[in-house]
Design a protein around this ligand. Structure first.
Ligand SMILES: O=c1ccn([C@@H]2O[C@H](COP(=O)(O)O)[C@@H](O)[C@H]2O)c(=O)[nH]1
Length: 272
């Protein structure tokens, strides 16, 4: 089954919340864990126990695993494998992007069946030109996987690049939206190319009407965006929007049960 179809089924079962696994040093400390691979592993195992089979999609942040070197990456590989084994979709947040020939290697790593780092989808950066992502689009389609391309990111620094307008009068972000829409055309119910648009961005000024794909909305929770902000940015129904929260859920650890309660509370807030 295509990624967009699998994501649709997962959202129908669990709701749209995407929970992030971001093992910040500060969170390891507040969970009473050591600042090493053993602490990382304990943190990650607790997250898998808490979220596996309970949310539509989990987003491990690759940077916090990479920070621990090859043994940290091995922990990420186990997180991906165990979450997928529990039936939960995994969006690896690695924000990869490079010239096409190198992008093909990233696509092999993150989107190809049998690769230990391949989740169900990966975040990618289109800022070497959306066309440079072609190997990732091809690998995603061939392997039933998806990509989420950065359009308008949640950090304030992103706007100077992403809201800039090109010679055709479109913003850079709108050109990313339009390219994703072309990739998703004809795929029902939604395609396999999603976008990242922060919940913090305010009036995004984008025409998303032809996107026909999912929108990951980080910035919800710890970065200050509320449910009201989500509705103001994306419309009252939040159709196709996956609000993403990491620290605001993870701060409730280290007990898996408390993490689950936090997820349930966020989910309820999204339903109100
Ligand atoms: O525009 C973006 C793109 C990605 N992120 C990532 O999402 C999480 C947010 O974590 P919180 O603790 O919920 O703030 C993190 O992994 C970022 O790298 C983003 O925030 N904004």
């Amino acid at each position: 089954m295509r990624f967009g179809e699998r994501l649709g089924a997962a959202v129908a079962e669990h709701g749209p919340l995407c929970v992030g696994i971001d093992p910040h040093p500060g969170l390891l400390a507040s969970w009473g864990l050591t600042q090493d691979v053993a602490g990382l592993e304990r943190f990650a195992r607790t997250c898998v126990e808490a979220f596996g089979g309970r949310v539509a999609v989990v987003k491990p942040q690759s940077a916090f695993f990479e920070a621990h070197g090859s043994r940290g990456v091995a922990v990420l590989e186990r997180v991906i494998s165990d979450l997928r084994g529990s039936g939960t979709l995994v969006l690896v947040d690695a924000k990869r992007g490079d010239i096409g020939s190198t992008m093909a290697a990233y696509a092999a790593a993150y989107l190809t069946e049998g690769s230990p780092l391949a989740g169900d989808a990966v975040t990618v950066s289109p800022y070497l030109g959306f066309g440079s992502l072609a190997p990732a689009l091809d690998a995603a389609a061939a392997n039933g996987r998806g990509i989420f391309a950065l359009a308008l990111t949640s950090n304030p620094e992103g706007a100077s690049v992403q809201r800039a307008t090109g010679p055709d009068g479109r913003s850079v972000a709108q050109s990313v939206v339009d390219a994703a829409a072309r990739a998703n055309a004809g795929l029902d119910p939604l395609g396999d190319v999603g976008l990242v648009i922060g919940a913090t961005v305010g009036d995004h000024g984008l025409d998303l009407s032809d996107l026909h794909g999912y929108v990951l909305a980080p910035g919800f929770g710890a970065q200050g965006a509320t449910v009201a902000d989500l509705r103001a940015v994306f419309g009252p129904e939040l159709r196709g929007v996956l609000p993403a929260s990491s620290r605001d859920v993870l701060r409730h650890g280290p007990e898996a049960a408390s993490l689950r309660s936090a997820v349930d509370a966020v989910r309820r807030s999204l339903e109100m």
